[in-house]
Write a protein that binds this ligand. Sequence first.
Ligand SMILES: [Zn+2]
Length: 170
Amino acid sequence: MVQINLLRLRQSRTLALTGSVGQDSEIWAGSGLKFSGAVEVTGTAALTAGGGVIVQGAWKAPLLYECGRCLDELQVAVEKPLALVFVPAGEWEGSDPDVRPIGDHDTLLDLEDAIREEILLEAPRYYTAAEESGRCVRCGDPTDRFKSGPAEADGEVDPRWSALRALRTD
Ligand SMILES: [Zn+2]
């Protein structure tokens, strides 16, 4: 859960923010992203003169990818700054996607939807492991094996390519 207690914020003007969204949270359903752990959010919430809220901080997501080259599973920690702006619903115009509304009677500001949107926007869709001296740093396989494609891999066909091969017509 990542929430701001608006009553406390109105008293203290700023609040430290920490929270996390579990990797199994339903908010990730349909996102196409896979996580190996919880997404951590840290930052500060500040009340604006007009009754809005500004959140500044960072999110850190332990993401899981299938390497774009060798299909090995890759764990990649993605960390990005987080900046969210909320204004009272009455002043919200809806035209600026970076500004979100706060309901008039809300006492809690839930940040999960906003964080979900930020992560979907910023997390890479695909990831390929780095290459060093012609070898994949993850699995150690020569990277040119993947560049040359299935037909030229020294007669040795990776089983993962066989489905593609079957589609070839020549
Ligand atoms: Zn690899």
